[in-house]
Design a binder for this molecule. Structure first.
Ligand code: ASP
Length: 358
């Protein structure tokens, strides 16, 4: 599904890629119950038309619908097509910046994916890719989508000295690096960047900006975008009181390639999982530990010494660690095919070890 506005594609423009979400949602009774709605109902052309009159003068907009889904249904295939579209646009001289309208439920997965596959290219091309969404459907009183979209368009199109090319997100008047997104509230208007180090969209904060530059200096090479059928199968399992070994053993006869453990506290897991997880690693299943607490980093060899087949997620949340592990497994397979003996741990560490912005 694709639609382009009437601006010629050779005219310098901002490209808006529509993925769906609440920003494109419609509620049948918006006055009575704005939160009972269907996501992904309004086309991206209509969302753009709604704000067109107030975008900065001279900024031309081209929109393209890649999907119109509730992002809880995001698939590997959606990520592949989005990643390829972003890459093409970054290499297209007519595209000056890219805005992506997206559901907030899985925006953190997409943010990590784009940073890891297109972050270097965005930086070297000096173009900003800005993810945005909304918490209220498009016809709700006080809908937040139009102002978020407008902020994203402004940020994508302002002078590059203000903030370097890279992969960002904008919601509720603030911007952050897309790798720092994590939906931490069910309803608040700033839900996906509530805990993210961020800056006001209007006035970029110098200490945040120096953190961004540190991340970009450390990110040396984009990882390959997996082709549609190539994404390794990786699951997230949460450790909890009363955890049973069967939660792990049932995966041992499956084709799963990796497990992300959302552990308690420092990312520890129930003693009843130790033997089955050892067995999983012995079978070649990649293991990543993260914390279910919602904040703070998971560090190597804390609370126990990690086995070589297990890697700590750093500051990555479980959903982000899952995408990072998929990309790392795929990157290792591609490297090995090209004769380079790089492991998934080599690639995963590049993402997990990125400096944290404070
Ligand atoms: N369920 C919606 C989605 O992720 C939520 C949102 O966009 O805020 O598509």
């Amino acid at each position: 599904m694709s639609s382009i506005s009437n601006v010629s594609e050779n005219t310098p423009h901002i490209l808006i890629l529509g993925m769906g979400g609440t920003i494109a949602g419609l509620a049948p009774n918006p006055e009575e119950n704005p939160l009972q709605y269907q996501a992904g109902q309004v086309g991206v052309d209509a969302l753009v038309a709604h704000v067109q009159a107030v975008v900065p003068e001279g900024v031309k907009l081209v929109s393209r619908q890649l999907a119109n889904i509730n992002s809880r249904n995001l698939t590997d295939a959606h990520l592949t097509s989005l990643g390829l579209a972003v890459k093409d646009a970054l290499l297209d001289a007519a595209v000056k910046g890219i805005v992506i309208t997206h559901g907030t439920d899985t925006i953190e997965e997409t943010g990590l994916f784009l940073q890891a596959t297109c972050g270097k290219l965005a930086h070297t091309q000096s173009k900003r890719v800005i993810l945005t969404g909304a918490m209220l459907p498009s016809n709700a009183p006080g809908a937040d989508g139009p102002s978020n979209l407008l902020d994203a368009l402004r940020w994508a199109s302002t002078s590059i000295d203000n903030c370097p090319g890279g992969i960002y997100a904008v919601m509720d008047g603030r911007g952050c690096m897309a790798i720092d997104l994590a939906k931490r509230h069910a309803t608040a208007l700033n839900a996906p960047l509530q805990n993210a180090p961020s800056s006001s969209v209007g006035l970029i904060n110098p200490s945040w900006l120096s953190g961004v530059k540190a991340v970009q200096a450390a990110w040396n090479e984009d990882l390959p975008i997996p082709q549609e059928g190539e994404w390794p199968w990786v699951e997230i399992l949460t450790s909890h009181a009363g955890a049973r070994p069967e939660t792990i053993t049932q995966w041992l006869s499956s084709a799963v390639k990796g497990l992300v453990i959302a552990g308690t506290g420092h990312g520890g897991f129930h003693d009843d999982w130790v033997n089955p997880l050892d067995q999983a690693m012995a079978q070649g299943v990649a293991l990543v530990r993260t914390t279910r607490t919602g904040a703070g980093a998971t560090l190597r060899n804390i609370p126990e010494v990690d086995a070589p087949g297990c890697w700590a997620s750093g500051a990555l949340t479980a959903p982000r660690a899952r995408i990072a592990l998929q990309l790392a497994l795929n990157a290792s397979t591609q490297a090995n095919k090209a004769g380079k003996p790089l492991t998934w741990q080599d690639f995963f560490a590049r993402i997990a070890d990125l400096p944290e912005i404070r």
